[in-house]
Design a protein around this ligand. Structure first.
Ligand code: AMP
Ligand code: MG
Length: 486
């Protein structure tokens, strides 16, 4: 019999000590026959967990929700959210927070089961998840982490031995999600809408303590909180844009206060560069298209600012003015960080006033000639202008010469430029057709395709020979579509 202590569970429950209206205590619903499908050894170790013990019967029972580890106080969090612009009461309808693992270095990470059965917030849903979408989240969130993009992580996926019913019958699964926290813009919206000002203050203080301790002593710490969240989100969205990541469902409940990417439903990486790219079947209007993501983040941050108004100033008109001034900064902040990231992608160390125009003219050419986003930057990095339409055009040749002249005006050597570009332009991203291929095999019981994919995705800036085959484009002409996977 393996004990919680042997596994390494060291759980605290600070969220459970918050006001009762913030959550509902609930245990996961046991499943028939749990089986461990994938375990993130590296992450487990960094959490202070023992890999062998996690794989024991008791270890897997915890990952399946069949056993509650010592020190856990399972709960479902309450939250609200604007879904495609419409405000709704939501909450963890298919997730249970076991507690917060205190890491060997003292850091605190949420341990949450996704797909553990119904909760008081499940509405009409079954609270369950299917294997395909859980493995998809595992693959993409781990790829994001390797790309250097803040994200929730995936510790493990287990199958349940039970079926879930969507359009068809699918194998059921549970994923263990690890996050800095699960505080969302929607958490603040929930308390602002239905709680007291005192509860809102408790939530804000909790958030500051957990994510932004440096502002704890600030005179206007709630204004500082707004500024910090705006900054974290600007940094996050810049990283999405630079990597070509499309979240797909940027509702306010899917936007963390910590600045981590959360909720890998219909997300996907863009192949051909086009700001209008949308993969999600439910995003008919293109609200969350690639090029709209910064604006949508700004919109979501405005909802966050609104929920903080009672804390910003006693006079609500003054509060509104303060909030508006901060929100107005977001696009500029975003733009500055984006430009810095794009300069790095193109090997620029210093700043020239024409840089933004130079970068944009490349993007316009890429769009016009349907160039692959990731591969174009890779080709520029290695000066391997393969046989694509873009590289064959006189417009590109002209752009290339201006770019080379621009690079020659900085001090750094060709080697340094190449190094900067190698570190800023990934060799591979989780290409949609590769992810699908891995999931199809996995659902049939063959996990080897996924394991190889996870391996090459774990070091996207390696530019190794075995990664080359993963950078080839899909052969299918049908546009890729994603579904919410709920
Ligand atoms: P999402 O679109 O995944 O961000 O989820 C939106 C809301 O629906 C959240 O409150 C989820 O907890 C809830 N939800 C999603 N799938 C299910 C499900 N299978 N059962 C119950 N609730 C769900
Ligand atoms: Mg969600």
């Amino acid at each position: 019999m393996t004990t919680s202590k042997e596994i390494g569970w060291n759980l605290d429950n600070s969220y459970a000590r918050l006001p009762k209206s913030f959550f509902s205590s609930i245990n996961p619903t046991p499943v028939r026959s749990p089986k461990l499908i994938v375990l993130n050894n590296q992450l487990a170790t960094s959490l202070g967990l023992n890999i062998q013990a996690l794989q024991s019967e008791e270890g897997v029972a915890v990952l399946a929700g069949n056993q509650i580890p010592e020190g856990a106080k399972p709960l479902a969090q309450a939250y609200a959210g604007h879904q495609f612009g419409h405000f709704n009461m939501l909450g963890d309808g298919r997730a249970v927070l076991l507690g917060e693992q205190i890491l060997p270095q003292g850091e605190r990470m949420d341990i949450q089961l996704k797909g553990p059965g119904r909760t008081p917030y499940s509405r009409g849903g079954d609270g369950r998840a299917a294997l395909g979408p859980m493995l998809r989240e595992y693959i993409i969130s781990e790829a994001m982490h390797a790309l250097g993009i803040p994200t929730t992580r995936s510790l493990a996926v287990v199958t349940t031995g039970e079926s879930v019913f969507r359009e068809t019958e699918l194998p059921g699964a549970i994923m263990t999600r690890v996050a800095a926290s699960h505080l969302r813009v929607g958490t603040f919206q929930y308390v602002a809408q239905w709680g007291t000002v005192e509860e809102l203050r408790i939530l804000a203080d909790y958030t500051i303590k957990r994510h932004y301790p440096d502002i704890e002593a600030d005179e206007d710490r709630y204004l500082s909180l707004l500024q910090e969240v705006i900054k974290s989100q600007a940094e996050l969205i810049v990283k999405w844009q630079l990597a070509g990541f499309i979240h797909g469902v940027m509702n306010t409940d899917n936007m963390t206060i910590s600045g981590e990417t959360i909720d890998y439903g219909p997300c996907a990486f863009m192949d051909t560069y086009d700001p209008a790219t949308v993969f999600s079947s439910i995003d008919m209007q293109g609200r969350y298209a690639y090029g709209n993501q910064p604006y949508m983040a700004g919109w979501n941050l405005a909802r966050f600012a609104e929920s903080l108004l009672p804390l910003l100033h006693d006079d609500q008109e003054q509060a509104l003015k303060l909030a508006q001034a901060e929100i107005a900064n977001f696009m500029e902040l975003y733009q500055g960080k984006w430009l810095a990231g794009m300069r790095a992608k193109l090997g620029m160390f210093n700043e020239e006033t024409e840089d933004e125009a130079l970068i944009n003219s490349l993007l316009i050419l890429m769009q016009k000639h349907h160039a692959d986003y990731t591969n174009t930057f890779s080709a520029l990095t290695f000066d391997k202008q393969e046989d694509t339409v873009l590289f064959g055009t006189p417009e590109f040749t002209q752009w290339y010469e201006i770019w080379q002249a621009r690079l020659s005006r900085q001090q750094e050597s060709k080697d340094s430029v190449n190094q900067l570009m190698r570190n800023s332009n990934p060799a591979i991203i989780p290409r949609n057709h590769r992810v699908e291929e891995a999931l199809e095999a996995a659902v049939q019981g063959d996990y080897s395709v996924m394991e190889r994919l996870l391996d090459v995705l774990s070091n996207p800036y390696a530019h190794s020979t075995e990664q080359a085959e993963y950078s080839t484009l899909p052969v299918s002409a049908t546009p890729y579509q994603t579904f919410c996977g709920t």
